[in-house]
Design a protein around this ligand. Structure first.
Ligand SMILES: [Zn+2]
Length: 184
């Protein structure tokens, strides 16, 4: 009894036995291909083989599907960005809120006018040439002055604002037509 136990527990015996068993099973599988005597055993092997193939193929298929989906998503995003980018550049007039006209820096806002159904220039003001402070009108809108450095700009009046508004709108029209040329 004890001898059998020792023989069974020997790692060499286990190793050899496993190898031999594996060899026998392989031989049986090969024989089964030609001889249907080992049908039951062969079916077991075939099932394992089919399962392995199925698993492998399924795994590959999932990988292909995921990759395809990712690629499609990336392509879609690229096409999307290509479509939307020029639009933003062309019609992003709201970011056009400052420019230099008649040697002065001007600032303004865009206000939506519901009557004309358009955005219009609003709150135009010039900057002080000396300290870049927002200029204020003085003496009933006759001229501008700087509240910080007290510099007076007698050549500027609210009448100038009409010219500046005209220049802003003209620049916007030019930017728009330039954009349309790029689009076409
Ligand atoms: Zn100033």
């Amino acid at each position: 009894m004890s001898r059998t136990k020792t023989w069974e527990n020997n790692p060499w015996t286990i190793g050899i036995a496993t190898t031999v068993l594996g060899f026998i099973l392989t031989v049986l599988r090969d024989i089964n291909k030609e001889n249907p005597i080992f049908t039951t055993l062969g079916e077991g092997f075939q099932a394992i083989y089919r399962l392995a193939i199925k698993f492998f193929m399924t795994d590959v298929k999932i990988w292909i599907i995921i990759t395809t989906l990712i690629l499609l998503f990336i392509i879609r995003q690229i096409l999307k960005s290509l479509k939307t980018k020029p639009k933003k550049i062309g019609f992003d007039f709201k970011s056009y809120v400052t420019d230099n006209f008649k040697e002065y820096n001007w600032h303004w806002k865009w206000r939506f006018d519901p009557i004309s159904d358009h955005y219009v220039v609003d709150g135009i003001f010039p900057e002080c040439k000396q300290c870049n402070t927002r200029l204020l009108v003085k003496d009933y809108y006759q001229y501008y002055y700087c509240p910080r450095c007290e510099e007076e700009y007698r050549n500027l009046s609210i009448n100038t604002l009409k010219d500046i508004e005209g220049l802003i709108n003209d620049n916007l029209d030019k930017k728009k037509s330039q954009f349309e040329r790029i689009q076409n």
